[in-house]
Design a protein around this ligand. Structure first.
Ligand code: ARG
Length: 494
């Protein structure tokens, strides 16, 4: 699986080329392009990330052209071989990218002409850059959504393993960031396993909708030439060709879906990240990040800072921004292709790179962090976390919940004001708050019971959490195996 282009941003082209490049659309023009315009419209400094997809597409297209007798077998061979050599140049980093040639598509075609001569001019038969770029982008999205899905399942796998070490580590669960009820650390981390599981599903589902190939839709209305759209669609791993040429060149909702799923996943990561930041404060002291996943302060020698989760939290901003940027570009855009659509790529590349990096560092941070189970236990050893259970005892005795809630509320206020430990109250003490308490507090509720009595589906009991862990572990294993199968399928494609 290829790495997405770096999220740090590629260098913009410094200026126009020496004017040596001949435009592939030059026929209609007598004057030269203004250098500022050349710089402004160029996209090759980022869309070169599509090179491998563009070459795959062109190879499939050339083969189809020969099958349809639109080019000769000799032309097919020189085009296909020329494209393969260009692929090697790009991989070796020796390809001479030229911003004056605008984008990756024209850079490849111009280079092909340099290598194989005028026959290169036959490659663009029956296609336009509009259907070409739409198809390249779908190929990129298909691979990248699988790569992101894999990264998510790998992080889930780490969370499951860490959770399995901490079935008996108890901490307070929080609502409003106030201690609420005791939970197992395994249960807490399995919550993220669930969230991330839905995130992964969104990326997987999206690939069902990347099913139809735009190639052959031409600029917007197809082609008069006898091209075979089924042939190229299948060769590129699509189910078949797209069904409306105008939709095919104008739509970018596959990119939007990727960005939206990415934004949701990143928001989930930011919540996990925030807990690592919070939990590693002196105030909480629940976890300590490994040295390999922390950084120091250049001024304060004592500092060990959680920069990794902080940056994951921070980078959620740009990933959300990428979604908003493309939504805004598309809003109100008339059919069909408009150059605005070139703005689709940088947000997609950035989200792909940011998300994959974030998933990887979060997996490392979680895998290596140290859990201070004793600090968690201390925080959970707060009798007030059992207040709900006292109310539910009364409910079991036939008291309406609201009445029970009120009585226990008063009981808690008494304990706080008089600094009494709720657990030490006798049945007689409790009777002052409600006549239906059936025994001493110590018999009615405890940390252990609070956890174990919640054996309902999705609850905190030991057996329930252990089972949830196994279900999650299976799910991660099955999902990763499915992705492996999908990858090897892709490799057997021509
Ligand atoms: N670089 C362009 C893009 O990314 C490719 C399509 C250009 N088409 C055109 N008619 N100018 O959208």
């Amino acid at each position: 699986m290829p790495k997405p282009p770096s999220s740090s941003g590629e260098q913009r082209p410094g200026g126009p080329s020496e004017g040596a490049s001949e435009k592939l659309w030059g026929g209609r023009f007598s004057g030269a392009t203004d250098p500022t315009v050349e710089r402004f419209t160029a996209s090759v400094h980022f869309d070169k990330a599509l090179a491998r997809y563009d070459l795959r597409l062109s190879t499939a297209h050339a083969r189809m052209l020969r099958r349809q007798q639109l080019i000769s077998p000799e032309d097919e061979t020189s085009i296909v071989d020329g494209l393969a050599e260009i692929g090697q140049e790009i991989e070796a980093g020796t390809f001479p990218f030229d911003p004056a040639l605008e984008d990756i598509h024209m850079n490849v075609e111009a280079r092909l002409r340099e290598r194989i001569g005028a026959v290169a001019g036959r490659l663009h038969t029956g296609r336009s850059r509009n259907d070409q770029v739409a198809t390249d982008l779908l190929l990129f999205l298909r691979e990248m959504s699988a790569a992101v899905e894999r990264g998510i399942h790998e992080l889930r796998g780490v969370l499951v393993e860490r959770a399995s070490e901490h079935i008996d580590t108890v901490l307070p669960g929080y609502t409003h960031l106030q201690r609420a009820q005791p939970v197992r650390l395994a249960h807490h981390w399995l919550a993220f396993v669930e969230m991330l599981g839905r995130d992964a599903d969104r990326f997987r589902d999206q690939r069902d909708r990347i099913a139809r190939s735009p190639l052959g839709s031409g600029a917007l209305a197809g082609s008069t030439l006898g091209i075979d759209r089924d042939d190229t669609a299948r060769a590129l791993g699509f189910l078949g060709p797209s069904l409306n040429s105008m939709d095919a060149v104008a739509s970018r909702d596959a990119a939007l879906e990727f960005l939206a799923s990415g934004a949701i996943a990143m928001v989930h990561l930011s919540r996990l990240a925030e807990e690592l930041v919070l939990w590693s404060t002196a105030e909480f002291g629940f976890v300590e990040l490994a040295d390999a996943y922390s950084t120091g302060s250049s001024l304060m020698p004592q500092k060990k800072n959680p920069d990794v989760p902080e940056l994951v939290r921070g980078k959620s901003g740009r990933v959300i921004g990428n979604l908003v940027a493309l939504l805004t570009t598309l809003k109100g855009l008339p059919l069909t292709y408009n150059r605005d659509l070139q703005e689709d790529k940088e947000p997609v590349f950035d989200t792909a790179a940011t998300l994959r990096d974030s998933l990887e560092v979060m997996a490392g941070a979680v895998a290596t962090l140290h859990v201070h189970a004793a600090r968690m236990a201390e925080a959970a050893d707060d009798p007030l976390l059992l207040a709900t259970d006292f109310a539910e005892v009364l409910v079991t005795e036939g008291v309406p919940f609201r009445e029970a809630h009120e009585a226990v509320g008063k009981l808690v206020r008494h304990c706080v004001e008089k600094q009494v430990d709720l657990r030490t109250m006798t049945r007689t003490d409790l009777a002052a708050f409600h006549a239906s308490f059936p025994a001493d507090a110590s018999e009615l509720a405890s940390l252990e019971r609070a956890l174990e009595q919640r054996s309902l589906v999705g609850g905190t009991a030991r057996a329930t959490v252990s089972e949830a862990l196994e279900v999650a572990r299976d799910d991660v294993g099955r999902s990763l195996a499915a992705l492996d199968a999908e990858d090897s399928d892709a490799e057997t494609r021509p």
